[in-house]
Every structure is written in C-alpha cells, then in structure tokens.
Design a protein around this ligand. Structure first.
Ligand SMILES: Nc1ncnc2c1ncn2[C@@H]1O[C@H](COP(=O)(O)OP(=O)(O)OP(=O)(O)O)[C@@H](O)[C@H]1O
Ligand SMILES: [Mg+2]
Length: 327
C-alpha cells in the first residue's frame, strides 16, 4: 500500500485584486479545488500552461502562503493545525528549488555561506554546517573548491547544482522543484535531470516537479498532474497519460510537444485553438470549453466532476461520464 506524504483535498487559493478605475474587487482563482495525493518515494510531475496556478500550488504546499479553503496534509498532519514542533519538522523535511538559481542565491555570499545559511537558521553548529556543506557539494557532484566561489563566477548548471545542494542540507524527505531545468541549456538540462533522478533513488526522496516541458515529465515522473486555469484536469501514471491522454487539454498539450513523438510526425494532430484563458475572467462551466473540440452546450453551463478511470487515471471532463471506468 502506498504511503501518502502530501494530501490535498479540494484545496483553494484565491487572490483578491482591484480592477478598473473604480477599484472593483475580483478574485484570481489561482488554485481552485485541487485534490491530489503524493506518495512516498514517487516523482509527480505538474504540468500546465503559464498562469495555470502551478507555482501558487507549490507555494501553498510549502506553507509560504495560506490556502483560502481546505489545508495541506503532510505525513498525516493537517498543517493548518500543526504544533510548532510539527511545523519545524515540516520545514526540515520539505525543501524547494526554484527555476532561477541565480535569484535563489545571495550574490554577495560565497557558495559555502549560501549552503550553510539554512543550517545556521535551524540552530546547527558552524562546524557541523561546514562539514555538511562539503558533503552536500559532493552529493551534487561538484568539487569542494567551488565553496569559496561567488554566484557570478559560476555557470547556470553549477548554480542549479548548488541550489540543489543547499536544498539537501537539512536531509529533506520531499523536494518541490519549480521548473528546475527551464533556465538551462538543453545539454545541461539532461545532466541536472539525471542528477535529480540519482539523488531521488539514493536518498529515497519524493519529488513534485513543476514544468512546462512534457519531455521533462516523460523522463522523470512516475505520475503526472495536468492543471488548466486553477483546476486539475487530469492525473495518472505518466506512461498512460502520455500514450492515452483523456482530457482534450492534455491531448492538445501532447500534440503541441515537438519532440515527444518523433515517430508520429506524419500523423494528423489536433492542435489546440485559442489562447490560454484568463483567471480573472473565467469561462463559465468547464474552463476549457472555449478551446475544446468536443464542446457541447452542457460544457458551457456546468462544471465537470473528477472521474476515476482505470489504473488510477483521473480526468475532469463530461466526455467520460457516460463510459466511466472502461473508456
Ligand atoms: N500574490 C498574487 N496576487 C495576485 N495574483 C497572483 C499572485 N500570485 C500569483 N497570482 C496570479 O495567479 C495566477 C497563477 O500564477 P502562477 O504563478 O501560480 O502560475 P504558473 O502556472 O506557475 O505560471 P508559470 O508557468 O508562468 O510559472 C496568475 O494569474 C498570477 O498572476
Ligand atoms: Mg510558475
């Protein structure tokens, strides 16, 4: 039986904003009813167009911002009711690596100081923190001579390795990686992905990897969650979703991915029409309906519910209501 590390049930995060000259209030529903479980030792990929709410979801998961409704459950503990001891454990066990390594590191700090900082904040002695910094650089396959370097002396790939080393120093169990390779050259991307896979296996980590890149998802993740305008529209085993996407949006994403299916080059592809919608002015009913080739009147008026298909594959689309499990 898989052990849940992170559980979300109908999680919401709305931002209140002012619009127009009369400062009319509106809500940006960045995360709107997301239900998701991440199990121990697995890699879950989170994919979706820009502005679909991926980073907001990560920030709620990391407790950097409070949800508007519902809560995050980490190792069975409801974070909205956690004691300070439980919160300290959470902050140690969940680490994050953001997209732009340069902005993660203070330009005036040496690599050594940057890596030591989280340990000092957690009350670890300087001596132990120094040794841990040396060990963590070894984990990310970098020579210890870089400990005295400054961020501007390092390449993008090296900076990202250091960001990963720093994320590892408190011995986390879970890593949230927000676009960990999208700022890097393609050859360096592969090195970083391989490093992440090695670390995941050797340290028994659990990852949530956020990315635009379906090739990253295919390479790294066991399961994939697809977000569209604040909602989770599809979730399931990566192979299943890549080979047999059920949601029309996922289908469109797959078709738009250039390298994903080189053998399918001659097949006629369904290319998604229209622009990604706006979270401020959301379409009625199913958010995807203005771009959907299977659109019916019902899609405009009602919101589809999440349907569980076979093999733990879930989809939020009316198309499957009639056929259910075997479609
Ligand atoms: N603090 C905030 N106040 C108001 N709106 C916000 C705030 N943070 C995020 N948003 C809005 O929430 C929506 C989702 O943003 P988010 O950064 O989560 O998207 P994303 O999927 O990570 O996009 P990208 O792929 O470009 O990183 C956007 O419309 C964004 O403008
Ligand atoms: Mg983002």
């Amino acid at each position: 039986m898989s052990e849940a590390v992170i559980e979300l049930n109908n999680l919401k995060k709305y931002f209140k904003i002012n619009i127009g000259i009369k400062n009319k209030k509106a809500y940006v529903k960045a995360v709107d009813g997301v239900t998701l479980t991440i199990n121990k030792g697995e890699i879950v990929g989170l994919v979706g167009e820009s502005g679909s709410g991926k980073t907001t979801l990560a920030r709620v998961l990391l407790n950097l911002t409070k949800p508007t409704d519902s809560h995050v459950v980490f190792n069975g503990v409801n974070l909205s009711k956690a004691t300070s001891k439980e919160m300290k454990k959470f902050r140690t066990e969940v680490a994050v690596v953001f997209q732009d390594p340069a902005s993660n590191l203070n330009p005036r700090d040496t690599v050594m100081n940057s890596i030591m900082r989280p340990m000092i904040l957690h009350g670890i002695s300087k001596k132990i923190a120094k040794q841990k910094a040396i060990d963590s650089l070894e984990l990310v396959k970098m020579d210890s001579r870089y400990l005295n370097s400054y961020p501007h002396q390092l390449s993008g790939g090296q900076l990202q390795r250091i960001a990963i080393a720093r994320a590892l120093v408190l011995d986390p169990k879970v890593m949230i990686l927000d676009e960990p390779t999208s700022a890097l050259d393609i050859s360096v991307q592969a090195q970083i992905l391989n490093l992440l896979l090695d670390l995941q296996e050797s340290l028994g980590l659990t990852y949530l990897v956020i990315t635009h890149d379906l090739n990253v998802i295919r390479y790294i993740s066991d399961r994939v969650a697809v977000m569209y305008l604040g909602k989770l529209v599809e979730f399931g085993p990566t192979k299943e979703i890549i080979e047999n996407p059920k949601h029309p949006y996922t289908e469109g994403l797959m078709a738009a991915s250039p390298i994903l299916n080189p053998h399918d080059r001659d097949k006629e592809k369904y290319l998604m029409q229209g622009d990604p919608g706006s979270l401020i002015n959301l379409p009625t009913g199913c958010h995807f309906h203005p771009r959907c080739p299977y659109y019916t009147e019902r899609c405009q008026n009602e919101q589809p519910q999440n349907i569980i298909l076979s093999n733990g594959h879930q989809v939020t689309c009316f198309k499957y209501e009639l056929f259910g499990k075997n479609s």
